[in-house]
Design a protein around this ligand. Structure first.
Ligand SMILES: *[C@@H]1O[C@H](CO)[C@@H](O)[C@H](O)[C@H]1NC(C)=O
Ligand SMILES: [Zn+2]
Length: 415
């Protein structure tokens, strides 16, 4: 991705200093998102323990997923094909639905073949929360730049998504089973919403970033999903008719894994979901799950400190504002955003200093930061989808027209 312009630092500092808005109450979140259920305190430790993060993310161990991803993997390379196979195998083993979106497009280096990988936990659910990142690394024609591995761009985000799937699959399975045993939800036999994870191909430009030389995979998939119409009989009138309309939110991870990221809110209508990631960080931090030896007040004190390794990843949006960078960053979310899909863009801005240089390698990563990201995303997604195994399944067998009220997106900013 690339930034379109640079903004004065002053504006950033002003934004960073605005106070944190209170979290909306659960019923407000439920109106925005019918599957939402807060995670109980007793389930928080269980959630954190769902995977051994080091076993996936500690890149100093050659057998870990992140170590395997840290190789040059430009579009069309044998390395990328091999890693696409590894990713696909990971999801097949977990029992997810696999969709490979392969297509050709012309590039400054002639026609290339691209493959987006789309994994869905429950393809029969009419709506999907999408988590996404790009698997390809930027192509450089000359040595030594051709050894660019894009550790933050986006090897680490991809590893986080693989860990997300590993961790949440048992809870996703259990929720689906409980919904089905209860006769279904939202007037359907199955469940209303599921988790979908997309690995885009061809995010990077081959040469200089232009509209035709960039985000090949996302452009293709958004166009394809926007033009497909589903004619199958649908039990509920409000069931979306195209795969694109089935996306309740698209969350894009990019340029993550370096210490001290600055994550900003770019879109007023999804500010509440941005806040959910921020609240997930706060809760995990307070409980001592993010930083060794820091919890409670010690964590709270540190998370606001400029320059502290443990400071919050997020720039609070205060009274509901958007970052001055809003609309300035071109990335895989754009083709979806243009089609009206609500987006949360978790990207560090300013970009990591090593961005698009050979130094975006393992040395750019910080393991506690990568692990913290995995847990933050895991908690926010678990609550969004109401996965807590101890939570009751809502709306069993009560036919309701599930439709997000646009007013909900605009009001209730402070709950
Ligand atoms: C594939 O990865 C290896 C490291 O495992 C690297 O040395 C090689 O240059 C990569 N190949 C290409 C074509 O990028
Ligand atoms: Zn990049």
């Amino acid at each position: 991705m690339r930034p379109r312009l640079r903004i004065a630092w002053l504006a950033l500092l002003l934004l960073a200093s605005v106070a944190l808005a209170a979290r909306p109450r659960p019923h407000v979140l439920k109106r925005r998102n019918p599957t939402y259920a807060p995670l109980s305190d007793s389930s928080l430790d269980e959630l954190v323990a769902l995977t051994d993060l080091d076993a996936t993310l500690d890149w100093t161990r050659p057998e870990t997923t992140l170590a395997k991803l840290l190789v040059p993997r430009a579009v069309g390379s044998a390395n990328l094909t091999r890693l696409q196979g590894m990713v696909e195998g990971h999801f097949r083993k977990l029992g997810w639905h696999v969709e490979k979106d392969t297509f050709d497009d012309s590039t400054p280096y002639g026609t290339k073949t691209f493959t987006n990988l789309v994994f869905t936990h429950d393809p029969s659910a009419p709506r999907r929360l999408v988590l996404s990142a790009h698997l390809d690394s930027k192509f450089f024609p000359t040595h030594p730049e051709d050894q660019f591995v894009g550790a933050t761009d986006s090897a680490a985000p991809c590893a986080m998504l693989l860990d997300l799937a590993t961790g949440l699959t048992p809870w996703l399975d259990r929720r689906k089973q409980r919904v089905e045993e209860g006769g279904g939800e939202e007037g359907r036999e199955g469940q209303g919403e599921s988790l979908q994870i997309i690995f885009f191909d061809g995010e990077e430009a081959f040469k200089d970033w232009t509209h035709s030389d960039s985000i090949y995979g996302a452009r293709h998939l958004a166009h394809k999903w926007g033009s497909e119409t589903d004619h199958s009989p649908q039990p509920v009138r409000a069931t979306p008719r195209s795969p694109l309309r089935r996306i309740s939110h698209l969350v894009l991870l990019d340029l993550l894994g370096a210490p001290n990221p600055l994550i900003r809110n770019f879109f007023p209508t999804t500010g509440w979901l941005f806040d959910e990631f921020l609240h997930a960080e706060e809760r995990l931090g307070n409980a001592g799950h993010l930083w060794q030896g820091l919890e409670g007040e010690a964590y709270s004190a540190r998370k606001g400190e400029v320059g502290a390794h443990e400071r919050s990843f997020f720039v609070s949006r205060g009274g509901g504002g958007v970052s001055a960078y809003a609309g300035q960053i071109e990335d895989d979310h754009l083709p979806f955003l243009r089609e009206g899909v609500p987006v949360v863009h978790l990207i560090s801005v300013p970009f990591p200093k090593v961005w698009h240089t050979i130094k975006d390698n393992a040395d750019a990563l910080d393991l506690p930061t990568v692990k913290a990201w995995s847990l933050i995303v895991r908690l926010a997604v678990a609550e969004y989808l109401g996965l807590d195994p101890s939570a009751p399944i809502p709306n069993l067998n009560t036919p309701t027209e599930v439709k997000r009220d646009p007013r909900d997106l605009l009001s209730d900013e402070a709950g």
